[in-house]
Design a protein around this ligand. Structure first.
Ligand SMILES: Cc1cc2nc3c(=O)[nH]c(=O)nc-3n(C[C@H](O)[C@H](O)[C@H](O)COP(=O)(O)O)c2cc1C
Length: 358
Protein backbone atom coordinates (compact mmCIF):
# COMPACT_ATOMS: atom_id res chain seq x y z
CA UNK A 1 0.00 0.00 0.00
CA UNK A 2 1.23 3.49 -0.82
CA UNK A 3 2.66 5.41 2.11
CA UNK A 4 0.58 8.38 0.96
CA UNK A 5 -3.05 7.57 1.51
CA UNK A 6 -6.27 9.27 2.54
CA UNK A 7 -6.80 9.56 6.27
CA UNK A 8 -10.21 8.59 7.62
CA UNK A 9 -11.22 9.83 11.05
CA UNK A 10 -14.77 8.81 11.86
CA UNK A 11 -16.88 9.95 8.93
CA UNK A 12 -14.31 12.55 7.88
CA UNK A 13 -11.94 11.87 5.04
CA UNK A 14 -8.75 13.91 4.66
CA UNK A 15 -6.97 14.03 1.33
CA UNK A 16 -3.79 12.50 2.71
CA UNK A 17 -2.16 11.30 5.91
CA UNK A 18 0.25 14.24 6.37
CA UNK A 19 -0.88 16.46 9.21
CA UNK A 20 0.35 19.82 10.43
CA UNK A 21 0.86 19.59 14.21
CA UNK A 22 -0.87 22.13 16.43
CA UNK A 23 1.66 24.75 17.54
CA UNK A 24 0.57 27.63 19.74
CA UNK A 25 1.85 30.91 18.33
CA UNK A 26 2.61 29.31 14.95
CA UNK A 27 -0.29 27.41 13.40
CA UNK A 28 -2.61 30.36 13.08
CA UNK A 29 -5.14 30.65 10.23
CA UNK A 30 -2.66 32.06 7.65
CA UNK A 31 -0.14 29.28 8.34
CA UNK A 32 -2.76 26.54 8.33
CA UNK A 33 -4.15 27.75 5.00
CA UNK A 34 -0.66 27.86 3.55
CA UNK A 35 0.22 24.35 4.74
CA UNK A 36 -3.02 22.94 3.30
CA UNK A 37 -2.16 24.56 -0.01
CA UNK A 38 1.37 23.09 0.28
CA UNK A 39 0.08 19.55 0.60
CA UNK A 40 -0.92 18.96 4.22
CA UNK A 41 -4.00 16.75 4.27
CA UNK A 42 -5.07 18.04 7.65
CA UNK A 43 -4.17 20.93 9.94
CA UNK A 44 -5.00 21.45 13.59
CA UNK A 45 -5.58 24.83 15.23
CA UNK A 46 -3.45 26.22 18.02
CA UNK A 47 -4.77 25.01 21.38
CA UNK A 48 -7.81 26.89 22.63
CA UNK A 49 -8.41 27.20 26.38
CA UNK A 50 -11.53 25.41 27.58
CA UNK A 51 -12.07 27.95 30.36
CA UNK A 52 -15.07 30.01 29.16
CA UNK A 53 -13.73 33.13 30.90
CA UNK A 54 -10.88 33.18 28.37
CA UNK A 55 -13.15 32.95 25.32
CA UNK A 56 -13.53 36.68 24.93
CA UNK A 57 -9.76 37.34 24.97
CA UNK A 58 -8.26 38.63 21.75
CA UNK A 59 -5.98 35.59 21.54
CA UNK A 60 -8.87 33.11 21.87
CA UNK A 61 -10.99 35.00 19.36
CA UNK A 62 -8.17 34.94 16.84
CA UNK A 63 -7.59 31.23 17.43
CA UNK A 64 -11.16 30.30 16.58
CA UNK A 65 -11.39 32.26 13.35
CA UNK A 66 -11.90 29.91 10.47
CA UNK A 67 -13.15 32.16 7.69
CA UNK A 68 -12.27 30.56 4.36
CA UNK A 69 -10.29 27.81 6.12
CA UNK A 70 -10.50 24.63 4.06
CA UNK A 71 -12.81 22.02 5.53
CA UNK A 72 -12.70 19.92 7.63
CA UNK A 73 -11.72 22.36 10.38
CA UNK A 74 -9.98 20.80 13.38
CA UNK A 75 -9.77 22.66 16.68
CA UNK A 76 -7.66 21.60 19.64
CA UNK A 77 -8.92 22.27 23.16
CA UNK A 78 -6.91 22.23 26.37
CA UNK A 79 -8.02 22.03 30.00
CA UNK A 80 -8.53 19.60 32.85
CA UNK A 81 -12.19 19.84 33.81
CA UNK A 82 -14.37 17.30 31.97
CA UNK A 83 -17.50 19.45 31.91
CA UNK A 84 -15.62 22.58 30.87
CA UNK A 85 -13.86 20.61 28.12
CA UNK A 86 -17.22 19.28 26.90
CA UNK A 87 -18.66 22.81 26.85
CA UNK A 88 -15.59 24.03 24.95
CA UNK A 89 -16.02 21.21 22.44
CA UNK A 90 -19.68 22.13 21.88
CA UNK A 91 -18.81 25.81 21.58
CA UNK A 92 -16.11 25.15 18.97
CA UNK A 93 -18.36 22.87 16.96
CA UNK A 94 -20.93 25.68 16.92
CA UNK A 95 -18.14 27.96 15.68
CA UNK A 96 -17.39 25.65 12.75
CA UNK A 97 -15.13 22.82 13.99
CA UNK A 98 -15.69 19.51 12.22
CA UNK A 99 -13.30 17.70 14.56
CA UNK A 100 -12.24 18.33 18.15
CA UNK A 101 -8.74 17.40 19.26
CA UNK A 102 -7.83 17.17 22.94
CA UNK A 103 -4.39 18.29 24.06
CA UNK A 104 -2.69 15.90 26.49
CA UNK A 105 0.77 16.47 25.10
CA UNK A 106 1.78 20.03 25.86
CA UNK A 107 4.57 20.26 28.47
CA UNK A 108 4.59 24.09 28.65
CA UNK A 109 4.85 25.36 32.22
CA UNK A 110 1.73 27.49 32.09
CA UNK A 111 -0.32 24.51 30.87
CA UNK A 112 1.36 21.98 33.16
CA UNK A 113 0.85 24.19 36.25
CA UNK A 114 -2.88 24.03 35.61
CA UNK A 115 -2.66 20.23 35.53
CA UNK A 116 -3.60 20.25 31.83
CA UNK A 117 -1.83 19.10 28.64
CA UNK A 118 0.76 16.39 29.31
CA UNK A 119 0.21 16.65 33.08
CA UNK A 120 -3.00 14.66 32.55
CA UNK A 121 -1.04 11.58 31.47
CA UNK A 122 -0.27 11.03 35.17
CA UNK A 123 -3.98 10.77 36.05
CA UNK A 124 -5.53 7.99 33.98
CA UNK A 125 -8.99 8.08 35.67
CA UNK A 126 -9.24 11.80 34.86
CA UNK A 127 -8.10 11.11 31.28
CA UNK A 128 -10.95 8.63 30.93
CA UNK A 129 -13.48 11.02 32.45
CA UNK A 130 -12.45 13.89 30.15
CA UNK A 131 -12.47 11.74 27.04
CA UNK A 132 -15.82 10.10 27.74
CA UNK A 133 -17.46 13.42 28.63
CA UNK A 134 -16.15 15.25 25.57
CA UNK A 135 -17.00 12.40 23.18
CA UNK A 136 -20.57 12.28 24.55
CA UNK A 137 -20.99 16.03 24.19
CA UNK A 138 -20.50 16.40 20.42
CA UNK A 139 -21.55 14.66 17.23
CA UNK A 140 -18.22 15.27 15.48
CA UNK A 141 -15.17 12.99 15.83
CA UNK A 142 -12.94 13.64 18.84
CA UNK A 143 -9.21 12.90 18.64
CA UNK A 144 -6.44 12.94 21.24
CA UNK A 145 -2.83 14.11 21.16
CA UNK A 146 -0.44 12.63 23.72
CA UNK A 147 3.21 12.03 24.48
CA UNK A 148 4.64 8.56 25.06
CA UNK A 149 4.26 8.89 28.81
CA UNK A 150 5.03 10.79 31.95
CA UNK A 151 8.77 10.09 32.02
CA UNK A 152 11.17 7.64 30.37
CA UNK A 153 10.51 5.09 33.15
CA UNK A 154 6.74 5.62 33.01
CA UNK A 155 5.76 5.30 29.39
CA UNK A 156 2.01 4.72 29.71
CA UNK A 157 1.04 5.68 26.15
CA UNK A 158 -0.32 2.21 25.37
CA UNK A 159 -2.64 2.29 28.40
CA UNK A 160 -3.76 5.82 27.55
CA UNK A 161 -4.37 4.75 23.94
CA UNK A 162 -6.60 1.88 25.06
CA UNK A 163 -8.52 4.20 27.39
CA UNK A 164 -8.91 6.59 24.47
CA UNK A 165 -10.22 3.92 22.13
CA UNK A 166 -12.65 2.60 24.75
CA UNK A 167 -13.85 6.15 25.38
CA UNK A 168 -14.80 6.69 21.74
CA UNK A 169 -11.75 8.67 20.60
CA UNK A 170 -11.47 8.29 16.82
CA UNK A 171 -7.75 8.93 16.25
CA UNK A 172 -4.61 9.47 18.23
CA UNK A 173 -1.46 11.50 17.62
CA UNK A 174 1.61 10.41 19.60
CA UNK A 175 4.68 12.60 20.04
CA UNK A 176 7.69 10.32 20.65
CA UNK A 177 8.83 12.03 23.84
CA UNK A 178 7.64 11.87 27.42
CA UNK A 179 6.42 14.80 29.48
CA UNK A 180 9.71 15.16 31.35
CA UNK A 181 11.72 15.01 28.12
CA UNK A 182 10.07 18.27 27.04
CA UNK A 183 11.92 18.76 23.71
CA UNK A 184 15.25 17.26 24.80
CA UNK A 185 16.91 14.30 23.06
CA UNK A 186 15.59 12.62 19.96
CA UNK A 187 12.05 11.35 19.50
CA UNK A 188 11.59 7.66 20.31
CA UNK A 189 9.38 5.69 17.93
CA UNK A 190 9.19 2.23 19.50
CA UNK A 191 6.47 3.26 21.91
CA UNK A 192 4.52 4.74 19.00
CA UNK A 193 4.79 1.38 17.25
CA UNK A 194 3.51 -0.36 20.41
CA UNK A 195 0.56 2.03 20.45
CA UNK A 196 -0.19 1.27 16.79
CA UNK A 197 -0.19 -2.44 17.55
CA UNK A 198 -2.49 -2.01 20.54
CA UNK A 199 -5.41 -0.07 19.10
CA UNK A 200 -7.54 -0.14 15.96
CA UNK A 201 -8.13 3.60 15.63
CA UNK A 202 -5.81 5.59 13.31
CA UNK A 203 -2.53 6.66 14.92
CA UNK A 204 -0.35 9.55 13.76
CA UNK A 205 3.37 9.41 14.55
CA UNK A 206 4.93 12.69 15.59
CA UNK A 207 8.36 13.99 16.54
CA UNK A 208 11.45 15.18 14.66
CA UNK A 209 10.16 14.39 11.17
CA UNK A 210 12.04 16.93 9.10
CA UNK A 211 12.75 15.42 5.68
CA UNK A 212 10.93 13.14 3.24
CA UNK A 213 13.34 10.30 3.98
CA UNK A 214 12.86 10.61 7.70
CA UNK A 215 9.11 10.65 7.11
CA UNK A 216 9.35 7.33 5.26
CA UNK A 217 11.56 5.81 7.97
CA UNK A 218 9.19 6.85 10.75
CA UNK A 219 6.09 5.62 8.93
CA UNK A 220 7.70 2.27 8.19
CA UNK A 221 9.16 1.89 11.66
CA UNK A 222 5.97 2.72 13.54
CA UNK A 223 3.44 1.34 11.05
CA UNK A 224 1.37 4.42 11.86
CA UNK A 225 -1.55 5.53 9.70
CA UNK A 226 -0.10 8.97 9.14
CA UNK A 227 2.46 11.53 10.21
CA UNK A 228 2.17 14.74 12.14
CA UNK A 229 4.77 17.39 11.41
CA UNK A 230 5.44 20.47 13.51
CA UNK A 231 8.68 22.44 13.72
CA UNK A 232 10.02 21.30 10.37
CA UNK A 233 7.17 23.12 8.63
CA UNK A 234 8.26 26.44 10.12
CA UNK A 235 9.74 28.41 7.22
CA UNK A 236 9.37 25.25 5.12
CA UNK A 237 5.64 24.68 4.61
CA UNK A 238 6.27 22.94 1.29
CA UNK A 239 7.72 20.00 3.26
CA UNK A 240 4.26 18.41 2.94
CA UNK A 241 4.41 18.56 -0.84
CA UNK A 242 7.93 17.14 -0.78
CA UNK A 243 6.99 14.24 1.48
CA UNK A 244 3.90 13.52 -0.62
CA UNK A 245 6.05 13.44 -3.76
CA UNK A 246 8.65 11.18 -2.14
CA UNK A 247 5.96 8.78 -0.95
CA UNK A 248 4.30 8.68 -4.36
CA UNK A 249 7.34 8.44 -6.62
CA UNK A 250 10.13 7.17 -4.33
CA UNK A 251 12.44 10.08 -5.14
CA UNK A 252 12.85 13.62 -3.92
CA UNK A 253 10.71 16.31 -5.52
CA UNK A 254 12.26 18.80 -7.93
CA UNK A 255 13.41 21.90 -6.07
CA UNK A 256 10.59 24.41 -5.78
CA UNK A 257 10.95 27.06 -8.36
CA UNK A 258 12.24 30.42 -7.14
CA UNK A 259 9.06 32.26 -8.08
CA UNK A 260 7.09 29.91 -5.91
CA UNK A 261 9.38 30.29 -2.89
CA UNK A 262 9.23 34.06 -3.12
CA UNK A 263 5.54 34.20 -3.57
CA UNK A 264 4.98 31.76 -0.68
CA UNK A 265 7.05 33.86 1.70
CA UNK A 266 5.65 37.23 0.69
CA UNK A 267 2.09 35.96 0.59
CA UNK A 268 2.51 34.44 4.03
CA UNK A 269 3.87 37.67 5.51
CA UNK A 270 1.12 39.75 3.88
CA UNK A 271 -1.52 37.34 5.18
CA UNK A 272 -0.13 37.76 8.71
CA UNK A 273 -0.33 41.55 8.37
CA UNK A 274 -3.95 41.30 7.27
CA UNK A 275 -4.96 38.69 9.86
CA UNK A 276 -3.41 40.34 12.93
CA UNK A 277 -3.43 43.99 11.82
CA UNK A 278 -0.23 45.90 11.19
CA UNK A 279 1.27 46.18 14.70
CA UNK A 280 0.87 42.55 15.79
CA UNK A 281 1.19 41.23 12.24
CA UNK A 282 4.65 42.74 11.77
CA UNK A 283 5.77 41.42 15.16
CA UNK A 284 4.43 37.90 14.54
CA UNK A 285 5.85 37.86 11.00
CA UNK A 286 9.40 38.28 12.39
CA UNK A 287 9.76 34.73 13.65
CA UNK A 288 8.42 33.34 10.37
CA UNK A 289 10.89 35.49 8.43
CA UNK A 290 13.71 34.14 10.61
CA UNK A 291 12.62 30.60 9.88
CA UNK A 292 12.40 31.19 6.12
CA UNK A 293 15.75 32.95 5.97
CA UNK A 294 17.71 30.89 8.43
CA UNK A 295 20.21 29.80 5.82
CA UNK A 296 23.67 31.29 6.14
CA UNK A 297 23.43 33.26 2.91
CA UNK A 298 21.38 36.03 4.41
CA UNK A 299 23.43 36.50 7.55
CA UNK A 300 22.31 37.36 11.04
CA UNK A 301 22.78 41.10 10.47
CA UNK A 302 20.34 41.39 7.59
CA UNK A 303 17.73 39.39 9.47
CA UNK A 304 18.30 41.56 12.55
CA UNK A 305 17.76 44.66 10.39
CA UNK A 306 14.40 43.35 9.25
CA UNK A 307 13.43 42.50 12.79
CA UNK A 308 13.86 46.14 13.89
CA UNK A 309 11.22 47.41 11.47
CA UNK A 310 7.75 48.19 12.72
CA UNK A 311 5.63 48.91 9.66
CA UNK A 312 4.22 46.39 7.21
CA UNK A 313 5.51 48.25 4.17
CA UNK A 314 9.05 48.56 5.62
CA UNK A 315 9.07 44.89 6.51
CA UNK A 316 7.95 43.84 3.03
CA UNK A 317 10.35 46.20 1.36
CA UNK A 318 13.32 44.99 3.45
CA UNK A 319 12.35 41.43 2.74
CA UNK A 320 12.28 42.27 -0.94
CA UNK A 321 15.82 43.66 -0.65
CA UNK A 322 17.11 40.54 1.05
CA UNK A 323 15.42 38.32 -1.49
CA UNK A 324 16.39 40.68 -4.27
CA UNK A 325 12.85 41.19 -5.43
CA UNK A 326 10.67 44.26 -5.54
CA UNK A 327 7.81 43.97 -3.12
CA UNK A 328 5.19 46.56 -2.51
CA UNK A 329 2.33 45.98 -0.11
CA UNK A 330 -0.28 45.91 -2.86
CA UNK A 331 1.61 44.59 -5.77
CA UNK A 332 4.42 42.08 -5.73
CA UNK A 333 6.89 42.01 -8.65
CA UNK A 334 10.09 40.16 -9.22
CA UNK A 335 13.16 42.25 -10.00
CA UNK A 336 15.94 39.70 -10.11
CA UNK A 337 15.98 36.12 -9.10
CA UNK A 338 19.33 34.60 -9.81
CA UNK A 339 20.79 35.14 -6.29
CA UNK A 340 17.94 33.26 -4.79
CA UNK A 341 19.04 29.97 -6.24
CA UNK A 342 21.65 30.00 -3.47
CA UNK A 343 18.86 30.24 -0.93
CA UNK A 344 17.08 27.30 -2.46
CA UNK A 345 20.07 25.08 -2.83
CA UNK A 346 21.32 25.71 0.65
CA UNK A 347 17.86 25.31 2.15
CA UNK A 348 17.65 21.91 0.54
CA UNK A 349 21.14 20.97 1.60
CA UNK A 350 20.37 21.98 5.16
CA UNK A 351 17.30 19.82 5.31
CA UNK A 352 18.98 16.84 3.67
CA UNK A 353 21.87 17.14 6.16
CA UNK A 354 19.38 16.75 8.93
CA UNK A 355 18.73 13.15 7.84
CA UNK A 356 19.45 10.94 10.77
CA UNK A 357 19.37 7.24 11.28
CA UNK A 358 16.69 5.98 13.59
C1 LIG B 1 6.05 26.46 19.39
C2 LIG B 1 5.32 25.17 19.67
C3 LIG B 1 4.01 25.23 20.08
C4 LIG B 1 3.31 24.04 20.33
N1 LIG B 1 1.99 24.11 20.68
C5 LIG B 1 1.27 22.96 20.83
C6 LIG B 1 -0.13 23.01 21.05
O1 LIG B 1 -0.77 24.08 21.10
N2 LIG B 1 -0.78 21.82 21.21
C7 LIG B 1 -0.13 20.61 21.14
O2 LIG B 1 -0.76 19.56 21.30
N3 LIG B 1 1.20 20.55 20.90
C8 LIG B 1 1.89 21.69 20.73
N4 LIG B 1 3.23 21.63 20.40
C9 LIG B 1 3.85 20.31 20.16
C10 LIG B 1 3.78 19.94 18.66
O3 LIG B 1 2.45 19.77 18.24
C11 LIG B 1 4.57 18.65 18.37
O4 LIG B 1 4.01 17.61 19.09
C12 LIG B 1 6.05 18.77 18.74
O5 LIG B 1 6.60 19.98 18.27
C13 LIG B 1 6.86 17.59 18.15
O6 LIG B 1 6.73 17.53 16.76
P1 LIG B 1 7.88 18.12 15.77
O7 LIG B 1 9.17 17.47 16.15
O8 LIG B 1 7.41 17.75 14.41
O9 LIG B 1 7.93 19.60 16.01
C14 LIG B 1 3.96 22.79 20.19
C15 LIG B 1 5.29 22.77 19.78
C16 LIG B 1 5.98 23.93 19.51
C17 LIG B 1 7.40 23.86 19.04
Amino acid sequence: MSLLRPLKIGALEFTNNLVLAPMAGVTDLPFRELCREMGAGMTVSEMVASNPRLRASKKSRQRIQHSKEPQPICVQIVGNDPQQMADAARYNVAMGAALIDINMGCPAKKVYRKQAGSALLGNEPLVQSILETVVRSVEVPVTLKIRTGISPDQRNAVRIAKIAQDSGIQALAVHGRTRTDKFKGGAEYRTIRNVCQSVDIPVLANGDIDTPRKAKQVLELTDADGLMIGRAAQGYPWIFREIAHYFQYGRTAPILNTNEIHSILIRHIKALHVFYGETSGVRIARKHINWYLKTKNYGVIRIKEINCLNSASEQLEALGNVLNVAVDPNNYNRRSLHDNNLFLISHHRDTENKESTL
